[in-house]
Design a protein around this ligand. Structure first.
Ligand code: ATP
Ligand code: NCN
Length: 403
């Protein structure tokens, strides 16, 4: 098993780190890659007032999740759990003990590679791991890297590998912190990491969360969910806006509702219940068991309380999973956009897509019927609000309101 280790201060993690990690994963044919954020980097003092080590760890987790390789890429908090300076020799000894069969490869950019002989116990580091390096900027000379590789081989018997990155992202965390403080630099960050920075108010980035521009609202939403769900949220946004245009609803409300509709989707049951207590959400029997149903209600509360959405957007998020009787236009739009956005793929989705632009009520009715059928097929209870939505829409289409 080949295990890559990518240590760093990651203050913050940027696209340069991700591009290098992704390339090294393939080039070295790694089975696993572990990012290891340093708690206390041995060779530099962290700037005052910056994020805590836990916050840097959380940002690295978001960045790594964005690579969409959950089976291969992980993040280790091991240096945070170790007191004192985060020496790489200690980290490698721990990793070697935990993975005695593994072949370890330590990944690093030019700056670190050129100074490796000054680290603590370079002989231990080079005994325990191969050293893989890559240029950080176009001006980093390949010849210099090769000379240093030879020096490390001759001095420590190091195994080395010099990679030529096809795409160099020429930025450092130090430059990025300066850019962020000036309201720039977003392009060097994954949106989820940028969203985390906004939510935590790091690096001098200060927004009123209740009045975020669309781009920043998206970033915040993506920082709250798993990266694999982002495509769905983007699809729901596109679809909700198209439907709002088709049916004359408020486009911006449809957009913001869609952006935030799943923002609490990945909270644990305990976290969901905590939010329910905080916001006074009363749960029925079914909701007490089904974490999937809770996210609509807690998501609506967070969307209104934290991100300042209006009451009608709150309601649309609140009902987006079960539907209900007497749905408003915005509620129907979010319900059906979530159901049949372009990334969805299940039998009958094409019919829903056509129907949604011809007869919105019939599309929502079909969605409710499909949900009810699916629950029955899986032997799961159907939420009464979905049944009520179906009855309401059926009687609407037959020309009479239900009693
Ligand atoms: N743009 C980049 N491309 C490739 N590798 C990078 C890049 N930036 C940093 N690295 C490498 O990633 C590792 C972690 O770096 P670190 O977290 O200190 O980021 P940094 O951008 O170098 O930060 P700082 O500006 O504080 O030095 C180091 O091995 C570094 O050489
Ligand atoms: O162990 C050492 O002596 C040592 C000296 C310098 C750097 N390192 C590690 O090198 C990695 C990159 O550091 P940095 O600050 O450039 O992100 C990080 O994991 C540091 O802990 C380690």
């Amino acid at each position: 098993m080949k295990l890559g280790i990518y240590g760093g201060t990651f203050n913050p993690p940027h696209l340069g780190h991700l591009a290098a990690a992704q390339f090294a994963l393939d080039a070295l044919k790694l089975d696993q890659l572990e990012f290891v954020p340093a708690a206390a980097p041995p060779h530099k003092t962290l700037p005052e007032g910056g994020p805590s080590a836990e916050q840097r760890l959380e940002m690295v987790e978001l960045a790594a999740d964005g690579l969409l390789l959950p089976k291969k890429v992980s993040v280790s908090g091991m240096e945070l759990h170790r007191p004192g300076k985060s020496y790489t020799a200690d980290t490698l000894e721990q990793l070697q003990a935990a993975n005695p069969e593994a072949e370890l490869w330590l990944l690093m950019g030019t700056d670190m590679f050129l100074t490796l002989q000054n680290w603590r116990e370079p002989e231990v580091i080079t005994r325990l791991a191969g050293i893989c390096t890559f240029a950080r900027t176009q001006s980093d000379s390949g010849e210099l890297l090769e000379t240093q590789a030879r020096y490390l081989q001759e001095t420590f018997g190091a195994r080395t590998c010099v990679l030529q990155l096809p795409h160099i992202v020429d930025v450092s965390s130090t430059q990025l912190r300066e850019l962020l403080a000036q309201g720039k630099g977003q392009a060097y960050l994954s949106p989820a990491v940028y969203g985390y920075i906004i939510r935590q108010g790091l690096y001098g980035v200060h927004y009123d969360l209740k009045q975020l521009p669309d781009r920043e609202l998206r970033a915040c939403s993506y920082s709250m969910i798993r990266a694999k769900r982002i495509a769905h949220v983007q699809g729901t946004e596109e679809e909700a806006v198209r439907l709002a245009q088709r049916w004359g609803a408020d486009e911006e409300k449809a957009r913001r509702g869609a952006i935030l509709h799943d923002c609490t989707k990945y909270l644990t049951m305990e976290e969901q219940l905590q939010l329910c207590r905080k916001y006074g959400i009363v749960l029925d029997d079914l909701e007490q068991q089904a974490v999937k149903l809770l996210h609509a209600k807690t998501g609506a509360c967070v969307a209104r309380d934290v991100y300042g959405v209006s009451d009608d957007v709150y309601e649309a998020i609140f009902w987006h999973t079960t539907g209900k009787a007497d749905m408003t236009l915005l509620e129907k739009i979010l319900y059906i956009a979530d159901y049949m956005e372009p990334n969805r793929d299940f039998p009958g989705v094409e019919r829903l897509r056509t129907l949604a632009y011809q007869d919105l009520d019939q599309a929502v009715l079909a969605g409710c019927e499909m949900s009810i059928q699916e629950m029955k097929d899986r032997g799961l209870p159907v939420h009464p609000n979905t049944v009520r939505a179906r009855e309401w829409l059926r009687s609407k289409s037959s020309g009479k309101e239900p009693c």
